[in-house]
Structures are given as structure tokens and as C-alpha cells.
Design a protein around this ligand. Structure first.
Ligand code: F6R
Length: 244
């Protein structure tokens, strides 16, 4: 696992976007694994810029997202489909029929079946990740066990609390989500995790300091991946006590 320390969050996002652009440049029909949230969301303006400047072409690219809130329809402003459309897909030359975000509504068994089928279609060339305050990746929450395949997950209080900033109040935050499993994430050819902010310090410390791999901090499994890059800013690196 490689750790890159940048000067600030903007540089973190630009570095991650450059890695993704590099994959698309080498493989025009690349399959991207995408993420939502404020950290991963910072990466998309750089991809949009590169597309507008004709440095990368999305016409043959396909994408699959890590997760979606259970219970939110695609046109809900806090659904991850809505996030992806408004933060990336509507601004680049991607064919939206080549983008997949699990449905948040409908029969859970069918949703999970469709999610798993989409994951089987083609390997993910590069997977963008954020990290939860509790160490989750996708919505694989800490606990006694983690799950390999796409599934429904109950969100932890920590996640509901953290994500309530995007809703009018805590009661509006969905308590469940559909997520890629840990195996789906680990099968991606390359992982790029971006993190910023003091609230992530404990989870990031577990990830980049020391050798422990634990279901209590799902992000630590990234240590087992053969090609993973973690990008953080100097402020966070200092907080966790990381030295190059
Ligand atoms: C979102 C996702 C989550 C977020 C994480 C951090 O698709 O998979 O794991 O990456 O909750 O979110 P932010 O960056 O908003 O703190």
C-alpha cells in the first residue's frame, strides 16, 4: 500500500483524478468504481476539467458505484444516483446507460441480485474510495464480520450521525444501504482512497500506521491489496503521526 501526502485536500483530489485519468488514457473502455460523499466528490471537478480539455474521453468508459441508500429513489437529492448525475455524469461525455448505481427502491433481493450481476460483468480497473469516521469503505461497517459480496448493510450510529449533515435532520438519514462487499472492492485492479479532516484521524491511523488488519476498521483490509494508494493531506498526516 502506497501513501501519498499532499499539501491540501485540493491536491489530494487532483492526484486521485490524475490516477483515474491515467487509467482511462491507457484503456478507453476502462471500468471505474466510483464513490460519493464530500471526499470522493472533490475528485470529480478535476475529471470534468480533464474531459472538457479533451485530455480524457468518457465515451467508452463504464462505471459502477460503491453504494446507494436503501429507501431513496434516484431523483431524491440525497440519493447517490442523483449525486453522481449532478457531480459527474451530467458534465462529461459518458453514455449514462454505461453507468450503474444500485437502485435504492424496490425488492431488496432483486436489487442485490442486479448489483451482483453488474459486478460480474467486468472487472473494475480502478476503484475510488472515501473512508468513514468508523473506518467503513463503501458501506462495509465495522463489526465482528465483514461480507464479501454486494449486500444490504445497516448503517452504524457513527455513519448516520456523520451523514446527517447532508439531510435536514438525523431522522431523515436512511438506516440501511446497499453496498459492494469487501471482496468486490478487493477485486478491483487498483484502489485509490482519499481522506481529509480531523474526524477521520482515528480510522486513517488504523489504516496507515501499524500492521493490524481488523473487521473493527474495514479500511485496514486495503493493506492486503496489491495495488492500493491512500492519499491524504499534510494536516491529516500530522494528526495521525504519519512520517514518510
Ligand atoms: C460513499 C461511500 C462512503 C464514503 C464515506 C466518507 O459512496 O462509499 O464510504 O466514502 O462515508 O464520506 P465523506 O467523504 O462524505 O466523509
Amino acid at each position: 500500500m502506497k501513501v501519498i501526502v499532499t499539501g491540501n485536500f485540493e491536491q489530494t483530489c487532483e492526484t486521485a483524478a490524475n490516477l483515474i485519468s491515467g487509467v482511462i488514457a491507457n484503456k478507453p473502455d476502462a471500468r471505474l468504481g466510483l464513490a460519493t460523499g464530500s471526499s470522493a466528490g472533490g475528485v470529480y471537478p478535476y475529471l470534468i476539467k480533464a474531459n472538457k480539455e479533451k485530455k480524457i474521453d468518457f465515451s467508452k468508459v463504464s462505471t459502477i458505484n460503491l453504494d446507494e441508500y436503501a429507501g431513496l429513489p434516484p431523483d431524491h437529492t440525497q440519493s447517490y444516483r442523483y449525486f453522481m448525475d449532478t457531480n459527474l455524469f451530467d458534465h462529461v461525455n459518458i453514455d449514462k446507460s454505461n453507468t450503474f448505481v444500485a437502485s435504492g427502491i424496490g425488492d431488496p433481493e432483486k436489487i442485490i441480485g442486479e448489483f451482483r450481476a453488474q459486478l460480474k460483468k467486468a472487472p473494475i480497473d480502478i476503484q475510488l474510495l472515501g473512508i468513514g469516521v468508523d473506518g467503513h469503505i463503501g458501506f462495509n461497517e465495522p463489526g465482528n464480520v465483514l461480507y464479501c459480496d454486494a449486500h444490504a448493510e445497516e448503517l452504524t450510529n457513527s455513519t448516520i450521525e456523520a451523514n446527517s449533515r447532508f439531510f435536514n435532520n438525523r431522522d431523515e438519514v436512511p438506516i440501511k444501504a446497499y453496498t459492494m462487499g469487501m471482496g468486490d472492492i478487493m477485486r478491483a485492479k487498483r484502489l485509490v482512497l482519499v481522506a481529509t479532516g480531523a474526524q477521520k484521524a482515528e480510522a486513517v491511523r488504523g489504516l496507515i500506521i501499524g500492521d493490524e488488519v481488523t473487521t473493527r476498521n474495514p479500511s485496514t483490509f486495503i493493506k492486503l491489496h496489491p495495488d492500493a494508494v491512500v492519499i491524504i493531506d499534510k494536516e491529516l498526516a500530522d494528526l495521525v503521526g504519519y512520517k514518510n
